[in-house]
Design a protein around this ligand. Structure first.
Ligand code: ATP
Ligand code: MG
Length: 377
């Protein structure tokens, strides 16, 4: 049978970049309300007031970063008075790194020379803000990393107190947090809590029809017609909903189409999708594992070690098998709940014998998890 071979330079992608994780889409629906609230918080600064601080909360893949970036684009078009600065706290995870980044982005100078004291850095920053008459609006994206690092209070304190260096200056703050278990009231220390006023903006997970809307829009933009059928898109939406992160869907489409391309086919098959799903799931899982703190990882490793197909394990079994330096019971329970939230495990309840038991089920294939855990070392 003669194969319908594609020429080497033929591609099924109209624009492959559309499926990259860092891509900022032209069309961005379903988040108008959140972006309006961000705008509302910033508006007073255009009339001589100060920016209201905001906290954006929502699990991974709910459009927080993209909403902020879209909003920042609008600010840049509308005014020079407010200077938006996006900071990725996974990269800049200390007080010094954050302010050094603010300084370089704002002044477009090279970073302060190493050895510059923090106080001097803040002084240089304040002087610049006063001289230029601007209001920096900083977005602490993925601020959970500052919290894990115990740097969050220091960063906020320094940002909120900058007007003490020069009276008439101020910094606006947008905090982005993707960890649903962080209770802000217990994170903020008293000196920060007394000066930090904020509004919370919630990013609820997308519904299946919203996921379908987002993915089909990307497909129309990024692929040639008829590469994916509408039934296949339904399958992708379903898999994406199970992982709860839209990135899984975007990555799945990209991989499946690449498999079809490599095989010189013009259409994606069910096998392409299944193969792609395993790989995309790994991407999601390794992202989740990267975000775990060291005590969480300790519990997770133990949980994975004890997982097997034949017996059910309980939270009690796991805790009893942990070494002496394992997290205390309250913390241990918090961690287990977090795994449930992150969809790493499912929790089943049963009343048995002396009391209520919680059964733990790993959502992923043990071998695949082990492979990813080994890579982490
Ligand atoms: N409403 C939307 N329309 C189109 N694309 C979207 C939408 N929401 C999210 N996306 C896409 O999904 C991906 C994840 O979005 P984003 O990075 O903004 O999520 P996030 O909430 O910041 O996640 P995390 O907490 O993991 O950082 C991006 O590639 C983004 O382009
Ligand atoms: Mg983000």
């Amino acid at each position: 049978m003669k194969k319908n071979l594609l020429m080497w330079d033929q591609t099924l992608f109209r624009d492959i970049e559309v499926f990259e994780i860092t891509y900022v889409p032209e069309q961005f629906d379903y988040r108008d309300e959140q972006i309006e609230r961000l705008a509302f918080a910033v508006k007073p600064a255009l009339m001589g007031g100060s920016i209201l601080n905001t906290i954006c909360r929502g699990v991974p893949g709910t459009g927080k970063t993209t909403s902020v970036k879209k909003f920042f684009e609008e600010i840049e078009e509308a005014t020079k008075k407010i200077v938006p600065i996006h900071i990725n706290c996974q990269i800049d995870s200390t007080e010094y790194a954050v302010f050094s980044r603010i300084y370089t982005k704002l002044t477009k100078n090279s970073p302060p020379s190493s050895g510059t004291a923090f106080k001097v850095l803040i002084d240089m920053l304040a002087k610049y803000i006063e001289k230029e008459g601007v209001i920096p609006l900083i977005c602490l994206d993925d601020a959970n990393y500052l919290i894990y690092n115990k740097e969050f209070n220091n960063v906020l304190y320094a940002a909120l107190r900058i007007h003490e260096v020069y009276e008439n200056i101020g910094i606006g703050v947008i905090v982005v947090i993707s960890d649903p278990d962080i209770l802000l009231e217990s994170v903020l220390d008293a000196r920060v809590a007394s000066v930090f006023r904020y509004e919370t903006i919630n990013f609820a997970p997308y519904s299946a029809s919203e996921v379908a809307g987002i993915l089909s829009q990307r497909v129309a933009q990024g692929l040639y017609p008829n590469v994916l059928s509408s039934e296949q898109l339904d399958y992708i939406v379903d898999r994406t909903m199970r992982c709860g992160d839209i990135r899984v869907g975007l990555d799945l489409i990209k991989r499946a189409v690449m498999y079809a391309e490599t095989d010189a086919r013009r259409e994606v098959t069910q096998e392409d999708l299944q193969k792609a799903f395993s790989a995309s799931q790994d991407l999601h899982l390794s992202g989740t594992l990267r975000s775990l703190s060291s005590d969480e990882l300790l519990v997770f490793r133990q949980l994975v070690k004890m997982t097997n197909d034949n017996t059910l394990i309980t939270t009690g079994d796991i805790r009893r098998a942990m070494p002496d330096d394992a997290p205390k019971l309250t913390r241990f329970n918090e961690i287990i709940e977090k795994f449930d939230h992150l969809r790493l495990i499912t929790l089943g309840y049963a009343n048995k014998g002396s009391g209520r038991k919680r059964y733990v089920n790993l959502r992923y294939d043990k071998e695949r998890v082990n492979k990813l855990l080994q890579k982490k070392n």
